[in-house]
Design a protein around this ligand. Structure first.
Ligand code: FPP
Length: 244
């Protein structure tokens, strides 16, 4: 249902993005502002992630991809990495987070290096939620856009080497079929809160024509109203995909 802050002219013909990407940034600064440990920022960020995922589901967004842990985030102090892994563990153990919401949960990134119990929980969650009909929620964990492209290139080269395909078969669509988001549309809009203006290795291949929307709000403070403002801005963009 359209909300009051959506400009009147958009209410009737409002187009929802099919796929939204979100870089959930600013948890640490949110905690620092309150003289709290960074773990409190991640806890607040995680709680907000659940709120925003449910909201996307409610308003009829088909795909949401959130950046929860990058291939570069291993550089953080061990304790902080463990803290984020514990948040992920708790999220997966409480299956009501997705089951009760009719959400399909998918993981993008190299999950093989995660603790064994988390890998099991991920497989269970993906399996348990695969027949849901609501939001498709991609959680990016140990995800890096460049790493994803390297993996795709290796897979394709192996197929060429094995004689399954020829070099001439390599196309944009073949590469799209070899990235984690295979079978899904590219993100229409990527949202980054917290006042940073970069993609930080998020959906490098898929973001070629994504609209970008930035906000100064820190992720734990990012509300459904902020999301609606991003959707409102999206409705005022002129997407030409290189045409006129
Ligand atoms: C970026 O903020 C945030 C992260 C690297 C972690 C994001 C994780 C969550 C929101 C919780 C994850 C939820 C699940 C279910 C795994 P930052 O720490 O870089 O913030 P800063 O730039 O202000 O320091």
């Amino acid at each position: 249902m359209p909300l009051p802050w959506i400009k009147k002219k958009n209410i009737v013909n409002r187009v929802l993005p099919t796929h939204i990407g979100i870089i959930m940034d600013g948890n640490g600064r949110w905690a620092k502002k309150r003289a709290l440990p960074r773990s409190a920022g991640h806890a607040a960020g995680s709680s907000n992630f659940k709120t925003i995922a449910k909201y996307c589901n409610k308003i009829g967004i088909k795909y949401l991809t959130v950046y929860a842990f990058s291939t570069e985030n291993w550089k953080r102090p061990k304790q902080e990495v463990e803290n984020i892994m514990n948040i992920l563990r708790d999220y997966l153990k409480d299956t009501s987070n997705f089951k009760d919401e009719n959400i399909v949960l998918k993981f993008i990134g190299d999950i093989n290096v995660l603790p064994a119990d988390i890998i099991n929980l991920i497989h269970e969650a993906e399996n348990d939620s695969k027949d849901a009909t609501g939001l498709i929620l991609n959680l990016a964990i140990n995800y890096g856009g460049k790493d994803e492209i390297v993996t795709a290139v290796k897979n394709i080269c192996t197929d060429v080497q094995d004689g399954k395909i020829s070099i001439d078969d390599i196309s944009e669509s073949l590469i799209s079929q070899n990235v984690y988001t295979k079978g899904q549309p590219d993100p229409d809009i990527i949202i980054r809160p917290s006042g940073e203006y970069r993609l930080s290795n998020f959906l490098v291949w898929q973001s070629a024509y994504s609209e970008l929307w930035f906000s100064n709000v820190l992720w734990p403070d990012f509300t459904p109203k902020d999301l609606e403002q991003a959707i409102d801005a999206y409705n005022n963009r002129d997407r030409r995909f290189g045409g006129v």
